[in-house]
Design a protein around this ligand. Structure first.
Ligand code: NAD
Ligand code: G3P
Length: 366
């Protein structure tokens, strides 16, 4: 499909402006301006695009246009998602400079700033498709909360993006799509790039800070989805933050990261009102008789739960390293999600007393 035919500008339900991209100035015509593509158009992906597009309109160093890759779906009505994006962010107007593009390779082609925001289970495939298809000077940021488990151990999504595409930063924080408020950018060494991401995302109603700790920021975002499942199953200890696990997995994780938005603020936000919490609450009310898959399909209408697969991934890491007894909350959540334990088991969860001393002498576990 030619670019002018495959791209549609969005407003509310999307505007069908098939000529939108014909009016766009190409990146190489104005080389000093950064061009942004958002890879993902779910609940958070759509909100992130809106947020970014409000800044690219105002800040001269960015091109106005924000391209948003839409995973094409046909709705029950027969409409294509890229033509009518009412599924993941109904009732919210997206600025006219957000351009939906169902062709992944085309969507990223001109961008030198890539924002990855899809459910984590799709990222490996997406990255592989993008090898050799992105600009050489492109930088990327991941807004994705989750991880993959490889034979050699846990692989954070940011690392996956870095390994396959050679680029990366992360942004996590107390941000539920419809109530977003703040976030933390985790970066590795290059503060200048981190500050560029801050300029792209920061608004008076979405405050963004930086911390030099990619793994810490990302692990906070990943871990809290599992804790939110425990909260939904009525666990009253959910505010108990297991920073010990984060440091055991990645000793480079910094203590000061735990004071940023990506940690306790996000934990509280998600445990009080996120999708993981709501679905776990329904799961527990049904006594575990309806599966998470069933509840996800019914309650989220196409949006994805990250916590259940993350709980499994965390469990595999704990099992592989012989740490299951050290982290009973995480182990129990997976046992509940997979139907081996009743949801009420989570109430009986108690802190493992041996854990704290063990953390101080954790070197032998790595
Ligand atoms: N929603 C939030 O409040 C929120 C906030 C912060 C971070 N996040 C994180 O953002 C990431 C994306 O979540 P979201 O809320 O934008 O998405 P979502 O759960 O609302 O939507 C699912 C998305 O996946 C797409 N999809 C379905 N099948 C696919 C496939 N085979 N390949 C690629 N894409 C496919 C759908 O089209 C849709 O865009 C997740 O990691 C999530 O944890 C979400
Ligand atoms: O709605 P959840 O449970 O996927 O959580 C959304 C975000 O991760 C909150 O930061």
């Amino acid at each position: 499909m030619a670019p002018s035919m495959e791209s549609q500008q969005l407003e509310g339900p999307l505007n069908n402006n098939a000529n939108a991209s014909a009016n766009v100035v190409l990146a190489d015509e104005v080389p000093h301006k950064s061009r942004v593509t958002v890879v993902g158009s779910g609940n958070w992906g759509s909100v992130a695009s809106k947020l970014i597009a409000s800044n690219t309109q105002k800040i001269n160093s960015f091109h106005d246009e924000v391209r948003m890759w839409v995973f094409e779906e046909t709705l029950p009505s027969g409409e294509k998602l890229a033509e009518e994006n009412v599924k993941y962010l109904p009732g919210i107007k997206l600025p006219k400079n957000v351009v939906a593009d169902p062709d992944l390779e085309h969507a990223v082609r001109d961008a030198n700033m890539l924002v990855f925001v899809t459910p984590h289970q799709f990222m490996e495939g997406i990255c592989k498709r993008l090898v050799g298809k992105i600009r050489k000077d492109a930088v990327a940021i991941s807004l994705i909360k989750g991880m993959e488990v490889k034979r050699e151990g846990p692989c954070m999504i940011c690392t996956l993006i870095s390994k396959i595409l050679g680029i990366s930063c992360v942004l996590m924080g107390a941000n539920i799509a419809n109530e977003f408020s703040e976030a933390t950018v985790g970066y590795r060494e290059d503060k200048e790039i981190a500050e560029k991401w801050v300029r792209l995302f920061n608004t008076p109603y979405f405050m963004v800070s930086t911390v030099e700790d990619v793994e810490g920021v990302e692990l906070c975002g990943t871990r809290k989805n599992v804790v939110a499942l425990a909260a939904g199953c009525n666990n009253e200890d959910w505010l108990e933050r297991d920073e010990g696990l984060l440091k055991l997995l990645f000793p480079s994780v910094k203590d000061n990261t735990f004071f940023e938005s990506c940690e306790v603020a996000d934990l509280i936000t998600t445990c009080l009102g996120g999708r993981n919490r709501r679905c776990a609450d329904a799961f527990a009310r049904n006594g575990g008789k309806r599966s998470f898959d069933e509840l996800e399909a019914e309650m989220l209408q196409g949006q994805k739960l990250q916590g259940v697969s993350t709980a499994k991934e965390v469990y595999e890491v704990l099992h592989h390293r012989g740490w299951l007894e050290l982290f009973p909350l995480f182990a129990t959540v997976h046992e509940i999600c997979s139907g081996r334990l009743a949801p009420s088991t989570i109430v009986e969860y108690t802190e493992h007393s041996a854990r704290l001393p063990l953390l101080e002498s954790s070197a032998h576990l790595n």
